[in-house]
Design a protein around this ligand. Sequence first.
Ligand SMILES: [Fe+2]
Length: 215
Amino acid sequence: MLYDLSDRMQTNDFADLEGTKVLARDLENDFQVAQSAGCVLCGLAFHAVEEESAIFPSAASVGNGLVPLLIEEHHDLSRREVEIAEDAHALLENPGATERVAAGVRLNQKVNELLVAYFTHMNREEVELVPLLREQFEDAQQGAWQASIVRSFPPDRLMALLAWMLPAMNVTELAEFLGALQRLAPPPVVTAVTNLAAAKVPGPRWAEARNRTGL
Ligand SMILES: [Fe+2]
């Protein structure tokens, strides 16, 4: 999602008002439409909600100040996301293409700063939090956190997230995911996710994943 956000921002022609309206709408950080597949910023924002509800209450007991720092970073990321969505809408009010292009440059810079903060945060979670959780909690507990996050998703939001996740996996990850899905999920879910993967995953990778899983 972050790479896609960067690509969208860097290739948008801010002189083109109609195209820029589409970009601003897709960035919309409106939590009422958080289930929309097109909402980039709200998809990012939900990362914090899920972690703070499912994982952080337990992690805080062993984290030595790490969890409060991660929560502080979540708040900082949310502030940046809201500001970018607001700036994108304000930019549309600019009367001329020259002003919009100048505002677009500033918006790009803010998005670049968000990307730096977001990657730094996620790396901290991978480098500091994940090893701590693996050391301090049983696999079953970690599986329960994961299940509770997945169960909390409305189905359309889950499918919207999978539309991002499936094409972002390498072929081994994809085959493992689809294999687990075949073992654990009801047939209609397997069909729905398989159809989504067929639509979203690049052809050769999808063909290899199908080959490995027998789908
Ligand atoms: Fe996080």
